[in-house]
Ligand binder design. Structure first.
Ligand code: ADP
Ligand code: MG
Length: 240
């Protein structure tokens, strides 16, 4: 569903992605872990072309990433993204936040978009907040709204970049629960997180990055109980 081959990226002198090779199968859940600054966000952002790469190729569902125009809008629809900061439109209701893109990009009628949005809001447990504004929701509820908004585009893959890092601790669980149920329903997911419990439970594969490289890829059991590299061992010692 997603494939990266020989991907390299620099920010000026800084080599942030080094010869990245990654294949994510349909319905697979890949959790990306690694120290701060290792290139995890840049990797995610490259997959929906919020960042351009210097070398290599990235494909989503077999198609090379488009450069611009309608094809790029289509890619953005196929690749849902959820960030640490929820990025909801503050002056719109939750329902509007979810229906704007389906109406504009998917061409849905308002009534149809709202019906779909309500189904998604029920799925993430905040149907009662449809007519509220983002500021009236807790952080956990806002992040669940952001997940519903991404799902409203019917993406082929969902990228999550530290979706729980900005949340108060008591709200982390409710967001991880929504993500776990998405994974169980067969969504293809790439998740950057420091929640090692979630990685162990939900990941099919853990990818460990350090200094712009993929250092190890393994099942959660192998990675957590038996890391191969010294770098992974010292990372795990720092987070577990
Ligand atoms: P992570 O998400 O693993 O913490 P990032 O992908 O955000 O890492 O960053 C990787 C490296 O690239 C870091 O050294 C970071 O400071 C640098 N970096 C990220 N974005 C930019 C940017 N827009 N311009 C310059 N350097 C950047
Ligand atoms: Mg990051």
């Amino acid at each position: 569903m997603v494939s990266l081959h020989a991907v390299n990226k620099h920010f000026g002198e800084l080599h942030v992605l080094k010869d990245i090779e990654l294949e994510v199968a349909p319905q697979e859940v890949v959790v990306v872990v690694g120290p701060s600054g290792s290139g995890k966000s840049t990797l995610c952002r490259s997959i929906n072309r919020l960042e351009t790469i210097d070398e290599g190729e990235i494909r989503v569902d077999g198609e090379l990433l488009p450069v611009e125009g309608a094809a790029l809008a289509k890619l953005r629809a196929d690749v849902g993204m959820v960030f640490q900061s929820f990025n909801l439109f503050a002056h719109r209701t939750i329902l509007d936040n979810i229906t704007l893109a389906p109406i504009k990009v998917r061409g849905l009628k308002k009534a149809a978009a709202e019906a779909e949005a309500m189904t998604l809001l029920e799925r993430v447990g905040i149907a009662d907040k449809a007519n509220s504004h983002p500021a009236q929701l807790s952080g956990g509820q806002q992040q669940r709204a952001a997940i519903a908004r991404a799902l409203a585009m019917q993406p082929k893959v969902m990228l999550f970049d530290e979706p729980t890092s900005a949340l108060d601790p008591e709200m982390v669980g409710e967001v991880l629960e929504v993500m776990t149920s998405l994974a169980k329903e067969g969504m293809t997911m790439i998740v950057v997180t420091h929640e090692m419990g979630f990685a162990r439970r939900a990941a099919d594969r853990v990818v460990f990055m350090d200094h712009g490289q993929i250092v190890e890829q393994a099942t959660p059991a192998d990675f957590f109980d038996n890391p191969n590299s010294e770098r992974a061992r010292s990372f795990l010692a720092s987070v577990l």
